[in-house]
Design a protein around this ligand. Sequence first.
Ligand code: NAI
Length: 462
Amino acid sequence: MADYDVIVIGGGPGGYVCAIRCAQLGLKTACVEGRETLGGTCLNVGCIPSKALLHASHMYHETEHNFEKMGLMGGKPKVDFAKMLDYKNAVIGQNTSGIEFLFKKNKVDWIKGWGSIPSTGHVMVGNKSFTARNIVIATGSQASSLPGVEIDEKIVVTSTGALELPKIPKKMVVIGAGVIGLELGSVYARLGSEVTVVEYLDHITPGMDSEISKTFQRTLKKQGLTFILGAAVQKVEKTKTKASVTYKLRKNDSEASLEADVVLVATGRKPYMDGLGFDKLGGKVSERGQIEIGALWNTNLDGIYAIGDAVKGPMLAHKAEDEGMAVAEVMAGKHGHVNYGVIPGVIYTTPEVASVGKTEEELKAAGVAYKVGKFSFMGNGRAKAVFQGEGFVKILADKETDRILGCHLIGPSAGELIHEICVAMEFGASAQDLALTCHAHPTFSEAVREAALACGDGAIHA
Ligand code: NAI
């Protein structure tokens, strides 16, 4: 008999959620994790710590820009950055120890160390070998750099180094106007850094609905971020304390350089599988370095499954979590399902940006007849009361059937608001279904309802 029914390799959101669900379904489960703490990139050096810094820097920004307007006097507070990092680290600690508690509660064994798969049905951790009926690879991803750019995590950093800088840089250059670049770029801009974002494309946030993307860029510009678009970074040269970023403008091939105290490289991530031995065993990996999977997250090797950032699809913690739960169901002989058409994406800046389903550009390209319902947060009393009237909700619905096909929003708590659309889409709701649902007043969510009304006879407060 095998030591375990399931061994999950990797304790991030994909892996730990999978392990907990396996145990809940009655499978004897272990999770292999080599970090000192559980939670993977997300909890240790990703989503959670960046949200702590976004929160702290947003509070600081509010004191500077909006406190006096509300009659809150007393001037701008001083930033003790070391203390801010302590707060961020405490938040990490609370979350990672929470996962350890959940493992104990659900009787999941944490095998500490880095795992490899010497043969199907076997997992090695250090010099110990374990047998398992099923193995799940949930090893996540790592930052991918650019040719000519050497990361030292001090002056030239990935998101990991950017969460642990010794001091607030005077000048920061961010390479890549994707999610990481804009979230962390806005943290440092709010804390006083001069932030310049250099982006290869001629717009920010690739894949996002273009109207939202333009409004988002305008808002970030107002917050002090500078954008150089259509610029391919060629190299980053370092001195002892600074760096110089050379880029080429795509429209005329001219080269220019920028000086920075810190350069954040945020040009995407790639699957992490160092030392795993999956490919050596004959496991299929795509040209992009992602493990190839079938419809049930099965690899081409017997009893080996893969989920999360190590496989295709958006590199998002919640997508990995959903896959983790679904593959657990499959291994327990049940039905596991992920609706890849309804996976929300959120950028946690202020204002937040969120989206789900198809963009207008995608619908156009697919030749789908659609209608648009839009509503500005300027017509939302609650948003105006908290200085967040900028931004809007955009619902895309099928022209014939009124079924909701997508939603894109920029505004207060967009990352929370998007979920009523997710639920509506899961139930195949029409815009009218949403429009006929009573929404509490005064809430930001009334703007979502108004956008749904705008898909029909019209919004009330527009
Ligand atoms: P990304 O793929 O979102 O953006 C990278 C950007 O870098 C692109 O706009 C690309 O055009 C640009 N770029 C590439 N090469 C360049 C060059 N030579 N010069 C200038 N620009 C260049 O990648 P990012 O922001 O690093 O994020 C990685 C992953 O982590 C993403 O899949 C993202 O979804 C995920 N993530 C999600 C978060 C969230 O959901 N809030 C937070 C942080 C990360």
